[in-house]
Design a protein around this ligand. Structure first.
Ligand code: T3D
Length: 258
């Protein structure tokens, strides 16, 4: 059985982390398999959105610590460079929206992979743990970049040092995630949202994601110039014309992501 389950449904590539006995912790094959799936999502035009979730009771417990200490496993610098860095880059540079359904605990790299996604739902019973400090490591998978931008420097600093378990409800309150959902409706809501995004003008959504990505390093003037450039590009898409025409003709638009 593959460590990533993959299924295309109504334009959405549904990816499920599948090592439930080890709380979906990442070993090298699972990290590389997830990278392959993200490449597939980038390259195949019928895939218009991605949904990431976990099998079993956890979303992901981060790095498989057995693999990390095993003498024949990859060294720590390779784990970061070849496993987690590419996963985060591929999520942030994927030209399609990525929805995450956090179905249980998200710890270490598992938490930061979830937080790199574009729209994050979490089950009420789930939680987020910056577990790295408890084993003498620093937060990776973009955590030191993403978390302070989501919740502010002080809260990020404290959570990273203390390794507190943050409930999904608190995560929503502090702006770490988009929404908390009752456990029973998490998947339904996440699939509905991913399918809705897949039918939207996904080229425009990508340009929005790009503008957000680049806003991290720009001042206001540079960001205004970027918006001008990306808006011009959005205005040249099929979907822009279709959206305006559909509005004027009082009909439902049929977007193609082009
Ligand atoms: O080299 C490097 O490490 C660099 C990479 C760094 C990236 C990282 O992600 S570092 C952070 C690694 N993750 C952790 O430190 C989290 C470790 N796990 C936990 O703290 C707890 O398991 C949880 C808080 C996530 C959940 O607790 P609980 O009580 O619900 O479950 P449990 O009983 O601890 O775990 C269930 C099983 O999963 C258990 O196995 P067993 O006893 O049933 O055979 C446990 O050992 C296994 N498991 C959980 N997390 C991991 C794991 N096995 C390997 N690696 C794990 N990360």
């Amino acid at each position: 059985m593959s460590s990533i389950l993959s299924e295309l449904q109504n334009g959405v590539l549904i990816l499920k982390l599948n090592r439930p006995d080890l709380l979906n912790s990442f070993d090298r094959p699972m990290a590389l398999a997830l990278q392959n799936e993200l490449d597939k999502a980038q390259n195949e035009s019928q895939i218009r959105a991605v949904l990431l979730t976990g099998m079993g009771r956890a979303f992901c417990a981060g790095q498989d610590l057995q693999e990390a200490i095993s003498s024949d496993g990859p060294e720590l610098h390779r784990i970061v460079k070849e496993h987690y860095n590419p996963i985060i880059e591929k999520i942030r540079n994927l030209k399609k929206p990525v929805v995450c359904a956090v179905n249980g605990v998200a710890a270490g790299a598992g938490a930061n992979i979830a937080l790199a996604c574009d729209v994050v739902f979490a089950a009420k019973s789930s939680s987020f743990i910056q577990a790295f400090s408890k084993i003498g490591l620093i937060p990776d998978s973009g955590g030191t970049f993403t978390l302070p931008r989501l919740i502010g420097f002080q809260k990020a600093s404290a959570l990273m040092m203390l390794g507190d378990k943050v409930s999904a409800t608190d995560a929503e309150k502090m702006g770490m995630i988009y929404k908390v959902e009752e456990n029973e409706i998490l998947m339904e809501t996440a699939i509905e949202t991913a399918e809705k995004l897949a039918k939207m003008p996904t080229k425009g959504l990508w340009l929005t994601k790009l503008a957000l990505n680049l806003s991290n390093n720009n001042d206001l003037t540079a960001q205004l110039e970027l918006e001008e450039k990306l808006q011009t590009e959005a205005g040249q898409t099929f979907d822009y014309k279709e959206g305006v025409n559909a509005f004027l003709e009082k009909r439902k638009p049929n977007f193609k992501g082009e």
